[in-house]
Design a protein around this ligand. Structure first.
Ligand code: ZN
Length: 343
């Protein structure tokens, strides 16, 4: 186990993550530098920023926004805010690539019924061969960023199909490049920050060598930039992607009690990190990422939250210490027809 930054929860992982003499990583150093450089009043996003954007589009289309809903706390709260706090008319989109547990889908359906909103549920086997390739080739590519290329492009396609101007995700303050104002000008699904560098390089390599050579996936995007340009060219989509969580003060401790009370929402039975709602593949993805890089996308997200002061380092470590269930891993390998590495 390598040494961990004493401020966030990223381990030393050269060349991307390097600890300084005081034991703090370069990502934390960069964050502090940007914070100091930001003009006063531009240090974070305000709810009024969000309202300004919403008001620009409100009531001009059949649906004001397309809400991505996984059934987890963050996307459920995002949808709740959109409908009840901001009084928008959402269309809800839930996808299932075959590895989303039934309890998440049921949770999404329950929320949609309670709120009385329109709903698209999309289940597909399209990604199964992709996931099999990732596991079978023992590629260092991380499953979640690859999957996000697919589902973001699909989401843009649906948004274009229904002429929806805003895509609403449930991404947390930790799932942006440091929660800065840059999310307003560029895509928040940016996978270019320093701590994603090796993972993004592995994604590109995997796409070139194993994906684009397969006729089924010949057009599969290699990067989030590809997704954005395809969305524009192929679907003529101008939709912007935002999450209310970037703008509304506080975090899960504010909105989980609300959705529990108003929607009867509850935590799923099994999860990694603790108290999260992710697809089953996430367990394998996390295990492999830690094996290959020393950290997972959740370590990146939690580290952002720690820097922003949303969770304490101790809390983040506790959430990340959740156990990865062997039974679920076996189930994934069985579905994919792959074999687990010997421990
Ligand atoms: Zn750090």
């Amino acid at each position: 186990m390598s040494v961990m930054c004493n401020r966030c929860v990223l381990p030393a992982a050269p060349p991307d993550i390097i600890l300084n003499a005081d034991g703090m990583c370069n990502i934390c150093e960069n964050y502090d530098r940007e914070e100091r450089a930001a003009p006063k009043g531009e240090r974070g996003l305000l709810e009024t920023d969000f309202l300004k954007i919403l008001d620009k589009y409100r009531g001009k289309h059949e649906y004001d926004c397309l809400c991505m809903l996984s059934g987890g706390k963050d996307s459920t709260a995002a949808l709740y805010y959109v409908k009840e706090r901001y009084k928008l008319k959402p269309l809800v989109f839930t996808f299932n690539h075959g590895f989303v547990p039934d309890e998440h889908i049921e949770s999404a359906r329950k929320t949609v019924d309670k709120l009385g909103v329109d709903f698209i549920y999309f289940q597909t086997t399209f990604m199964k061969d992709m996931f099999r390739k990732i596991v079978a080739t023992k590629s260092k590519v991380v499953i979640c960023p690859v999957c996000s290329l697919w589902y973001m492009l699909k989401t843009y396609e649906i948004a274009a199909m229904f002429d929806v101007p805003i895509i609403i995700s449930g991404w947390t303050k930790g799932q942006t490049s440091g929660g800065t104002r840059s999310v307003l000008s560029k895509c928040a699904c940016d996978q270019n920050p320093e701590e994603f560098k090796s993972m993004s390089a592995a994604t590109k390599e995997f796409m070139d060598n194993h994906v684009r050579t397969d006729p089924k996936y010949a057009d599969f995007p290699r990067t989030m930039d590809d997704v954005l340009s395809t969305a524009k060219k192929k679907y003529n989509s101008k939709a912007i992607v935002l999450s209310p969580h970037w703008f509304v003060p506080g975090g899960p401790e504010e909105y989980v009690p609300i959705i529990k009370e108003k929607l009867g929402w509850d935590y799923p039975v099994r999860s990694y990190p603790k108290k999260s709602t992710n697809c089953d593949l996430n367990f394998l993805a996390t295990k492999l990422a830690i094996q290959n890089y020393g950290y997972s996308v959740y370590h990146i997200e939690m580290s952002n939250m720690v820097r922003m002061g949303i969770v304490s380092r101790e809390e983040a470590l506790d959430l990340l210490a959740g156990e990865i269930n062997q039974e679920i891993l076996d189930g994934i390998h069985e579905k994919l027809g792959t074999v687990a590495d010997q421990p």
